[in-house]
Design a protein around this ligand. Structure first.
Ligand code: Q46
Ligand code: ZN
Length: 331
């Protein structure tokens, strides 16, 4: 498979650095086609081994505007799985605006629909002020809002699978963090292909989990994908970045450690999840407002919507490049 590689010479150094990790320690042998081959091989292996996508599935990709999610959206369509996108605008100033623009540009390029939810529009407040007002860390709020929006968009628009752009470095660093702090409540719940639960929680898959962050970036560069280069301001100083650095040092000394670490975990996690399922004491109920699973009478999203949403229904947008429509869907 050959990718169009615009201005290869100017990107040569980047490719060589990126390619060295998986293809060769000899820069002269590294080239974009071989790198593309390894990336596609890894994604195919993940899809097959973990039964991520089945015939008849309708796929949506969670798209942030960063390299991993845009590359995944592009690759999923390239591999023959027509996939639409779902995006959450967090209201983090220019960072969120640029992320949204890059996401919309990919919708245009792929000619696929994009569902999106805008926090500042729906709640008239960005994540920073929301966090301050409700006294909850921005990343915890962000995770909750994204999970809710993604699930709801999938359920209401008939997508059976939600694919996310988590790569090998994300999985390994999250696992290391959970282990170092023995976060038993999260430790065994992570997976790379989690089946749907009931009619409200879509199946979740991570087709990039065997690709390193560098490989995902290489795919984005090779495919001429324009992504947001800045990191989310709330990720700066996050422990996961330190864990990624530590794991990279281990990987340099002992190649393939990250893959062994994550694959070893996945084998054990499946058994642990099954044996722990009977001990689950926390009972889920259905939110009295939206009907989605919740541990409390009203789910956290609906509580926010009641407080900040102006009393009306919460609006989700759909941008459809095929009809050049940008409409709001009230739910
Ligand atoms: S959780 Fe936190 Fe991320 Fe959300 S607020 Fe930004 S850093 S985007 S990976
Ligand atoms: Zn609810």
């Amino acid at each position: 498979m050959t990718f169009a590689v615009p201005c290869l010479r100017s990107r040569r150094d980047t490719y060589l650095t990126l390619a060295m990790q998986r293809i060769s320690t000899d820069p002269a042998q590294a080239n974009p086609d071989r790198l593309a081959y390894f990336i596609l091989k890894s994604v195919n292996e993940a899809l097959r081994e973990f039964d991520m996508l089945r015939e008849g599935d309708r796929v949506a990709v969670a798209v942030s505007g960063g390299k991993d999610s845009l590359a995944l959206w592009h690759l999923t369509n390239k591999l023959g799985y027509p996939a639409d996108g779902i995006h959450v605008h967090l209201g983090i100033g220019p960072y969120s605006d640029v992320s949204f623009e890059k996401t919309k540009a990919m919708a245009d390029r792929l000619n696929r629909r994009l569902y999106y939810f805008s926090l500042p529009e729906a709640f008239r407040i960005g994540i920073k002020d929301l966090s301050r007002t409700v006294k909850r860390p921005p990343c915890s709020l962000c995770g909750m809002i994204k999970r809710y929006v993604m699930n709801r968009a999938c359920t209401e628009h008939g997508y059976s699978v939600l694919a996310t752009g988590h790569n090998l470095d994300d999985e390994a660093s999250a696992l290391l963090g959970n282990l170092l702090h023995w976060k038993e409540e999260y430790l065994w719940k992570k997976g790379v292909a989690l089946e749907a639960e009931g009619s409200h929680l879509a199946k979740k898959v991570k087709p990039f989990f065997l690709c390193s962050e560098k490989e995902a970036a290489a795919y984005a560069l090779m495919s001429d994908i324009d992504y947001v280069y800045d990191e989310c301001p709330y990720s700066i100083g996050a422990k996961t970045l330190m864990y990624k650095g530590l794991l990279n040092r281990v990987e340099d000394e002992s190649p393939a450690t990250k893959i062994a670490f994550v694959k070893g975990y996945l084998k054990r996690a499946e058994k642990e999840r099954l044996s722990r399922a009977d001990d689950e004491t926390e009972e889920k109920t259905l939110c009295t407002t939206c009907g989605y699973p919740s541990y409390t009478r009203q789910c956290n999203f609906c509580l926010l919507a009641a407080r900040f949403g102006g009393g009306g229904p919460v609006g989700f947008h759909v941008y459809d490049p095929t009809s050049l429509q940008d409409g709001i869907v009230k739910s």
